[in-house]
Write a protein that binds this ligand. Structure first.
Ligand code: ZN
Length: 335
């Protein structure tokens, strides 16, 4: 059973309120890492359940719940990029072809049989697509066709972190449900319950996405790179961009850029408003550093980071790529 998170009570109530008048497609939108997929799966299971509880949650006892728990419900499909499925199945083998980060047109076309037969259990047939923006253009057009000719009792639950990237024609065929990001207090309290040691810090690092924070804390992912990078950028005058790039070249470039973006966000924000968002423990230090940089230079560097992030999946030479960014950072400050 996927958890219903404490900050999703209102969203759950809103979804339950739609039970008797469901549209053909619901769009669950909100920040990444706040549990939208789990919410969608809970809702799907609840709609398929033979005897849901009074609060609408699935009973976990009936045949339908049993199939759902075994990922073998005949009236349910989860469509996501192979890259996500491979991570969940632990199937990412070194050396093998990289699984796709896109949802392909074949994955959507395969749905047409599913969409055109009647439900095995006589109720709904449900398709969850996650994240919907991972569909390539052909896949999106194929989905649009299906949405234009809806079948009875077929429900699409589209989960998206970036609704602005979806076709307007798809958006206009969905009923949108905004899934909220928890407040700092609620997010940190939940992380503390999960045994995360520095919950406020972990939460801030991920841009206030508790599931991502838990994932990073549990896997230790990026912790070492982050501390190497932070130690250096806190003292730009002493920073050696070349050797820093050398020690970071094996990390995911996207991760390094993400961390630099947060740091520069805080520098800019400290300069303009005296407040920081991602590095609350370093507030004083950031304000002091920011006093030596112009806002224009900071914004220019943020633009450079933004553009670098687009190219970050497969830089030709990761070391040079990082060197150039770190040198730009170094040059923001007086020598
Ligand atoms: Zn059930």
């Amino acid at each position: 059973m996927k958890t219903l998170y404490p900050w999703q009570t209102e969203s759950w109530r809103a979804l339950q309120g739609l039970r008797s008048r469901l549209p053909h497609a619901l769009l669950l939108k909100g920040a990444q890492g706040i549990g939208k997929l789990d919410l969608a799966l809970n809702f799907a299971q609840s709609l398929l359940c033979e005897k849901p509880n009074a609060d609408g949650l699935a009973c976990q006892k009936c045949n339908s719940c049993h199939w759902f728990g075994q990922n073998s419900h005949p009236d349910f499909r989860l469509i996501q990029p192979d890259a996500l499925t491979a991570v969940e199945d632990g199937e990412e083998k070194p050396g093998s072809k990289k699984p796709s980060r896109e949802i392909s047109v074949d994955q959507i076309r395969d749905l047409s049989n599913f969409a055109n037969i009647s439900a095995h259990c006589g109720g709904y047939r449900i398709v969850v697509i996650h994240p919907t923006e991972a569909m390539n253009t052909n896949a999106a057009n194929s989905l649009l066709k299906t949405l234009e000719e809806p079948s009875a009792n077929l429900l699409f639950l589209l989960v998206t972190h970036k609704p602005q990237q979806l076709l307007p024609t798809i958006l206009s065929r969905c009923l949108s449900v905004a899934v909220p990001t928890p407040t700092r207090e609620n997010g940190a309290a939940w992380l503390a319950q999960q045994g995360v040691k520095h919950p406020e810090q972990a939460l801030a690092q991920t841009g206030f996405a508790p599931l991502q924070a838990l994932n990073w804390a549990e896997s230790g992912e990026g912790a070492e790179e982050r501390s190497i990078l932070l130690a250096a950028i806190r003292q730009p005058a002493k920073m050696d961009a070349l050797s820093l790039a050398d020690s970071l070249q094996r990390s995911a470039p996207g991760y390094v850029i993400h961390c630099l973006q947060q740091w520069c966000h805080d520098l800019t924000s400290a300069k303009l408003t005296g407040k920081v968002r991602y590095f609350p423990e370093q507030t004083e230090e950031i304000i002091k550093l920011a006093s030596g940089v112009t806002a224009v230079a900071l914004m220019r560097f943020q633009k450079e980071l933004f553009e670098a992030r687009r190219a970050a999946f497969h830089p030709l030479n990761p070391k040079l790529f990082l060197e150039s960014l770190l040198l730009s950072y170094r040059h923001l400050f007086p020598a």
